[in-house]
Design a protein around this ligand. Sequence first.
Ligand code: MRU
Length: 372
Amino acid sequence: MRVDGRPTRTIWLEPDHESVGIIDQTRLPHAFATCRLASLADAANAISTMQVRGAPLIGATAAFGMWLAMRDDPSDEGVARARSRLLATRPTAVNLRWALDRVAAALARCPEPARADAALACAGQIVEEDVTINRCIGEAALPLISRIAERRDSGPVNVLTHCNAGWLATVDWGTATAPIYMAHDAGIAVHVWVDETRPRNQGAGLTAWELANHGVPHTVIVDSAAGHYMSRGEVDLVLTGVDRATATGDICNKIGTYQKALAAKDTGVPFYAALPSPTIDWTIRDAMTEIPIEERGAEEVTRLTGRLDDGTVATISITPPGTRAANPAFDVTPARLLAGLVTERGIAQASEQGLLALFPERQDTGDQEGAT
Ligand code: MRU
């Protein structure tokens, strides 16, 4: 997508082929800053501090992290150490494990001196595939928006989204946002309700920034307003991302997704989750017990960071000193609440049969890892 008119991705190999460039998402929306990852430690740190975030981008960064690690230690122990260090950065999005498994499988076929190049080639493939996958997701979900627009006499199609499943969460396009950008570019009037997405405000800070950059009309709302707008008929469609889906079609996504799905079900608003196939964990069937939910620091709930009127960025406390706060970062939305799963191969019914109809090669592979 474009930043100030310039085509920009979230991650790239620097021209000197010595390091990896990223957008530092902890600085957005107040500053657009990039930084370089030059070591395994840099890559692991970028994921755990959420300079990069979003399931697909976490996976791509980890793949590059394997390359950076292989330059220093391409031994079998080096591969295992790098893999486990990167795997420990964030627990919920399965794209991380998927990418690491894919790079590790490529490295297992290589003599040590060739491993850095092999890891870089694999990271490059993951990056390019992610762009293609997201474009296909956009094309698959575009008719959901255009059909509503065709039925409509006037006014935009109102799409509600949660968190940031936009291009900042992927390499390019985004998953939930890809059809929105495509609709907008095709001249369809779209308006996006952007959940602010407490506590880290990925909606207010990142999705709003993306949509503004692309000129897509949008309105930020507090998380608790979504049901209100749905009940008044002011939401036509809910589109979110996914951090991990089970083989049975349940999804785990940013905390608050479940509540949107409940409200959507009650009000008859179709709720679609968009996900690239590397987000499907074919090894699990029970999202409630088998997906680790990341528990993040209490200060994300008790404190808020924002820009003051004088332009400086500051963090303030919003609770009495010493207040206890819980901060689960993700929740599970059962398949029964979903109208469908948008994948790069089309829209699947949110069920095991639905997923297998699109990914027949996954039949009877439930005991294998979800890679490649
Ligand atoms: O904690 P984050 O910001 O990494 O969470 C991101 C999300 O929950 C996204 O919806 C998900 O990763 C899908 S991104 C295409």
